[in-house]
Design a protein around this ligand. Structure first.
Ligand SMILES: [Zn+2]
Length: 249
């Protein structure tokens, strides 16, 4: 399934969520998410990588797209970073307010429509506190990057377009813990990106990187600390970087 808009062809999944964005040039979309866990004051989930990410994007002249949960937007400690995202011309939207898990792995809906609508209201309130209007942020990533057909439609009924990271790229696995069977180091994660590039190419890919510090990882083991290298290497391969702001989804 696909649709054309504004010179970009969006490849949609079966729920109508954009998973790749093709144009007339090899383009990659860097998207950054952040969550904040209120029950442990952000020990586990936080947005603490955001300043490093912004510094790297500035140094490389790249516009990124940011999707923190709106709980993150509500935290005074990120106020200046959010303003910086906006001032430096990046795209910003939400990733829900409270990071609801919309459906299970079998696709069974786990939330009510009402709870999604309330969550959206809370998200909109936080985004608009920063002077943004619906038209500025109506392209969003669903919480957990996961929706089923039913819940995706609820967002669309409220005027949202959904996008999510391209499947099969494991850059979101930096929450895994050293010593556990599913652990992937930052180096493993980067190697898997290069492998994907060799096998399928990264044209149109929506590449998620957490701007987050998971507590059991050293700085070198956090993918966002390798963002400069990722950008340089992809540019050498002929890719350019697109911003969701410029995509008419
Ligand atoms: Zn998430």
């Amino acid at each position: 399934m696909s649709s054309w808009a504004g010179g970009v062809r969006a490849e949609l999944d079966t729920c109508g969520v954009a998973r790749k964005l093709f144009s007339d040039h090899k383009t990659i979309y860097l998207v950054f998410t952040g969550h904040f866990s209120i029950d442990d004051a952000g020990y586990f989930e936080n947005f603490d990588g955001v300043e490093t990410v912004l510094n790297t994007l500035k140094a490389k002249g790249v516009k990124g797209s940011f999707f923190p949960t709106a709980i993150t937007l509500a935290m005074p400690r990120y106020e200046s970073s959010i303003k910086r995202i906006i001032a430096e011309g990046h795209y910003i939207s939400g990733h829900s307010y409270g990071h609801l898990l919309l459906c299970d792995t079998q696709g069974k809906t786990l939330v009510t429509r009402d709870s999604v609508n309330v969550d959206l209201k809370l998200m909109e309130y936080q985004l608009e506190r920063f002077g943004l209007k619906k038209e500025d942020y109506r392209k969003m990533i669903p919480p957990y990057e996961t929706a089923n057909k039913e819940t995706a439609q609820w967002y669309m009924d409220k005027g949202y377009s959904l996008l999510s990271p391209t499947l099969g790229i494991l850059t979101d696995q930096d929450w895994t813990q050293p010593g556990k069977p599913n652990y992937l180091s930052a180096q493993d994660i980067l190697n898997l990106v290069w492998k994907y590039e060799r096998e399928k190419g990264l044209d149109g890919v929506i590449l998620l990187i957490h701007a987050m510090n998971y507590p059991w990882r050293t700085p070198d083991d956090r993918p966002y600390n390798h963002l400069g290298l990722i950008i340089d290497r992809l540019r050498e391969m002929g890719y350019q970087f697109g911003c969701i702001k410029d995509v008419d989804l």
